[in-house]
Design a protein around this ligand. Structure first.
Ligand SMILES: Nc1ncnc2c1ncn2[C@@H]1O[C@H](COP(=O)(O)OP(=O)(O)OP(=O)(O)O)[C@@H](O)[C@H]1O
Ligand SMILES: [Mg+2]
Length: 236
């Protein structure tokens, strides 16, 4: 069966697109699902991040930069769809770029990471508009906002409530909170699954993966395998 395609996009820079893409892809791969992360950002953050992993403890999913191909990535992604279960596309920040549009047209599900702050809420309107327009070409596309870097506080609460008001492009209940473990995972070239003491982060990443699988109608019986680092720590 061809791969399920997940696009992570938002024109807002620094809202957590790469973080969501990297953690979700790792979680899918650790469940034994053949997962390819396609880095469409010229900054190449996902590609560099995955490159930090060690030879004996690599980042769990495959990562490939197709940024130079721009919208021609569609034909390249199609070549990889047959031998993967999931392809996750990490988009660049600019929405005027043709890349998010091209990615939305071939995706099963689109995730818009949004930090619950007003500037992110305002910017999310443009991203949502693009996803709504993509429905003309791709009527089965499902789009959701994902809480990113959330913390407690009245502003976060108010912004979350605004995002929850949209029933057409809903806010998922599960997202990634602001946690040090995410930065650490980047430093090690891994996901939070390979960071010690990161159980709260792992739990929320797994919850997000379960939601994505459920929305796509994929069975979620597979649980993530322990990373090599976690196994070594247990044995010590
Ligand atoms: N949940 C989190 N907790 C802590 N730090 C985070 C979290 N999510 C993202 N970050 C940090 O926030 C910064 C921006 O995140 P990220 O690179 O994922 O955003 P982006 O939307 O991909 O940015 P760009 O638009 O530049 O591609 C990074 O330094 C990242 O390490
Ligand atoms: Mg990025």
């Amino acid at each position: 069966m061809p791969a399920h395609i997940v696009t992570v996009f938002n024109q807002k820079g620094g809202c957590g697109k790469t973080m969501v893409s990297m953690q979700l892809s790792a979680s899918l791969a650790l469940r034994g699902l053949r997962t390819l992360l396609v880095d469409m950002d010229k900054q190449g953050t996902s590609t560099i991040w995955a490159g930090q992993g060690g030879i004996d403890n690599p980042y769990p999913a495959s990562v490939m930069s197709l940024a130079p191909l721009r919208e021609k990535m569609i034909s390249e992604v199609a070549k990889h769809a047959e031998n993967h279960d999931f392809i996750v596309i990490d988009c660049p920040p600019a929405i005027e770029s043709s890349i998010p549009w091209a990615a939305l047209n071939i995706s099963d599900i689109a995730l818009i990471p949004v930090i619950p702050l007003m500037d992110n809420v305002w910017a999310s309107r443009e991203a949502k508009e693009l996803a709504r327009r993509a429905l003309d070409e791709n009527p089965t596309l499902q789009t959701y906002c994902v809480p990113s870097m959330s913390r407690r506080g009245n502003v976060f609460k108010a912004c979350t409530e605004i995002l929850q008001d949209d029933t057409q492009i809903p806010l998922l209940d599960t997202g990634l909170q602001q946690r040090n473990a995410y930065g650490e995972s980047q430093m090690f070239g891994l996901s939070v699954h390979g960071v010690s003491g990161a159980s709260a982060a792992v739990k929320e990443v797994e919850a997000l993966t379960d939601v994505v699988l459920t929305k796509l109608g994929v069975a979620i019986s597979k649980k993530p395998a322990k990373s090599k680092i976690a196994k070594q720590k247990e044995a010590a």
